[in-house]
Design a protein around this ligand. Sequence first.
Ligand SMILES: [Mg+2]
Length: 205
Amino acid sequence: MIKNLIFDMGNVVLDYTPRRIASFFTSDPDELDFLCREVFSNKEWLSLDKGVMSEEQAIESIVARVPEKYHELCRKVMGGWEEFFLPVEGTYEQLLLLKERGYKLYMLTNASLKVYEYRKNSPAFDIMDGMFVSADVHLLKPDPAIYLRMLEKFGLEAEECLFFDDVEVNVEAARKLGIHGHVFRKEPDEIIKTVEEYENRTRNE
Ligand SMILES: [Mg+2]
């Protein structure tokens, strides 16, 4: 029986599309490519998510390895990208209905500590029964340890949980631990239907 629904954040609750976010800072195609490559997908980003680097250290580290003409742009983006990290339309409404049906809702995210600032971007954060953030525990999905730590923290049984994540390896890692998992394809209207399918499938377990 499914009692707990666990949601990834990026591309489930908020829309993490680097090019769309970068386009609020520049319309120059070369600068867009640069930002996607050097700011949104790099070792600093991962270190921030893992909670092993501060925002200031990350900015200095990026600036130290990119041409000077990009320095100001990098500082601007790193200082304010989260303002444009906006909701996946429709997710919140589905989550609210599921909460009203009695499910406990949790978030399990690879994210930096900035999540505690941009959580105001979606009311979905406020209806969570618990949030588990990679930067707080210095672990990243798909490391099995992060799932186990989360189950332990909130006192959850793996087989009573259904996990939604847009990254297949993250879902696979959850399944290996006995958590039901669903690969989310940015189709919020499918969330309730998916929960009902898993409910039917696990009813007699
Ligand atoms: Mg994601």
